[in-house]
Design a protein around this ligand. Structure first.
Ligand code: HEM
Length: 512
């Protein structure tokens, strides 16, 4: 009779053989084995998950792009996933409706219930986007409905920073601007600010909770075996997926979103006009209708959408602000130029108090270039593996020069494509806002087309205009009002494909 020990040994041998077979198959016989890349990434998706866990992904991917550079050819970064490092590939992956299914990374449940961002099927997404998108997300609506209230928040921000300046106290500037962005988000999404700026703190721990949740979002999403086995078991769900009862992380945010939906629905039922006075995104979600059958969102869809509003818009925009300021503070000449530009416009009476979005757009081109260069190009706030699955017949990328078989996962990456030397010149790592002003029209449109910071195609960021609107309003106002002495240069941290800044510390002095 077989002893327990020999059973154990035999099971171990079977397991080792199965793993060895899988590794050899993945490296040598898999349909993607012809694509170059590090051998360990071809064996399993675990190495990439570990690299994300160590917060090293952007530099790792950029290193691969430099090492394996070969025209438009992609690099294999997991057994089933190809990274396309050249900007020229973006439109072929993201504009073609045949490849509009998102990869499994999105579908883990780590970002709460399925929402417009995480829903994988292209048709399901189309219906949701039609129901939830609309003019309320555009610059026009932002200027008409929200600018005055954002102005009040800018004024409050300036007065809080003035207090810091008067007390000669150190300020963690990246946190302060992230808190401003969180307040704008809650204002446009829920009709009220939540007191981030007023109380000078991370209210309800929203920002930290989001950052805490990114670690598992990145790790669980990248490691395929984990998401397809562990996360499908009741134990995996209870251990790793966010729950509304959690007191931290994404689960906590789901709980917050649930309370907001319930409260507004209660108010709407009691209001005579059914809540028509609200113009915020929460109200839009409650009134949203699917075109086929005029159906409202289900309760779960409402909760999911509000959760994504809390998670997608707050920290990302704050990161773009913190990054721009960081670059200006370590590049004094650029900061001086911004200051001079604002001073000139001010002396001609072109700027209001506070500065309006349209004024920055029209009269502060150098400031705009700094935002683009530092906050969006060099330190993209969302530099995830935004993967798509090659549809029926496979994908022909770059005029058919590269063919990938049906079912292959394909991704671009903002940190990598936005540093392409062929597009951005021999100094892609350098903060040089001038590149956006001195280039001819053809070069400029090439550079714009290489900007993947907000995504591209039918799933492009829904809050893009909100983010730009805020950036154009707060950043010039800070430079206009304060001298900033750098105490500590900030760090750009990327966790689970999403970035935030840490430790950008300054002392402020009031300008005349
Ligand atoms: C600088 C700030 C921001 C950056 C860099 C950013 C980046 C992105 C990117 C790259 C995507 C597309 C991802 C993909 O292809 O899967 C996306 C989608 C999305 N973003 Fe943003 N975002 C920002 C701000 C915001 C804000 C302020 C909001 C909302 C208030 C928002 C809401 C959304 C939503 C709802 C989606 C999903 C759209 C869809 O799939 O139809 N984002 N964002």
């Amino acid at each position: 009779m077989m002893t327990f020990t020999s059973l154990l040994i035999q099971t171990g041998l079977v397991l080792i053989t199965a793993i060895a077979y899988r590794i050899i198959y993945n490296i040598h016989f898999h349909p993607l084995s012809k694509f170059p890349g590090p051998w360990y990434c071809a064996t399993s998706s675990l190495p990439l998950a570990i690299i994300s866990l160590l917060k090293r992904e952007p530099k790792f991917l950029l290193g691969l792009a430099r090492k394996y550079a070969d025209g438009d050819n992609p690099i294999r970064i997991s057994p089933t996933l190809l990274l396309f490092p050249k900007p020229s590939s973006i439109k072929y992956i993201y504009q073609d409706p045949r490849h509009n299914t998102k990869t499994g990374l999105y579908g883990t449940g780590m970002l709460g219930p399925p929402n417009i961002f995480t829903v994988m099927d292209g048709n399901e997404h189309k219906a949701l986007r039609k129901a939830l998108g609309g003019p309320q997300w555009s610059f026009g609506a932002l200027k008409n409905v929200w600018e005055e209230r954002v102005d009040n928040l800018v004024k409050l921000f300036v007065s809080k920073m003035t207090d810091f300046a008067k007390r000669n106290e150190e300020v963690v500037l990246c946190d302060k601007v992230a808190q401003f962005a969180a307040d704008v988000m809650t204002l446009v999404c829920f009709g009220e600010t939540w007191g981030f700026v007023r109380n000078s703190r991370d209210e309800r721990n929203i920002l930290q909770s989001f950052r805490d949740g990114l670690v598992m979002f990145g790790f669980g999403g990248r490691w395929r075996t984990f998401r397809e086995t562990v996360l499908k078991t009741p134990l995996g769900v209870s251990l790793f997926l966010p729950k509304a009862s959690d007191d931290r992380g994404i689960g906590f945010l789901v709980g917050q979103a649930g309370q907001l939906v319930a409260r507004r629905e209660r108010e709407n039922r009691m209001a005579e006009n059914g809540g028509k006075e609200h113009h915020d995104f929460l109200q839009h979600a409650l009134e949203a209708r699917f075109k086929d059958g005029n159906k409202p969102l289900s309760d779960l869809q409402k909760l999911a959408h509000v959760t994504i509003l809390v998670t997608a818009g707050a920290d990302t925009t704050g990161t773009a602000m913190g990054s721009t300021l960081n670059y200006l503070l370590v590049n004094k000449k650029c900061l001086d130029k911004v200051r001079e530009e604002i001073g000139d416009a001010d002396s001609k009476g072109l700027l209001s108090n506070p500065i309006q979005y349209e004024e920055t757009r029209m009269h502060l081109p150098y400031t705009v270039a700094c935002v683009k260069e530092g906050g969006l190009r060099l330190r993209p706030p969302a530099t995830n593996l935004f993967g798509r699955v090659a549809g029926a017949g496979g994908a022909k990328i770059c005029h058919g020069d590269v063919y990938v078989p049906e079912g292959t996962e394909m991704t671009s990456n903002a940190y990598v494509v936005q540093r392409d030397p062929e597009v951005f010149g021999p100094d892609p790592e350098v903060f040089r806002p001038e590149r956006w002003l001195e280039s001819d029209e053809q070069k400029l449109s090439e550079m714009e087309a290489a900007m993947f910071v907000f995504g591209v195609g039918p799933r492009v960021c829904l809050g893009k205009d909100i983010a730009v609107f805020e950036l154009y309003k707060l950043l010039p106002e800070i430079v206009r009002r304060f001298e900033m002495d750098l105490v500590r240069e900030g760090r750009y941290v990327v966790s689970g494909g999403v970035a935030y800044n840490k430790d950008l510390v300054v002392k402020l002095r009031l300008r005349d």
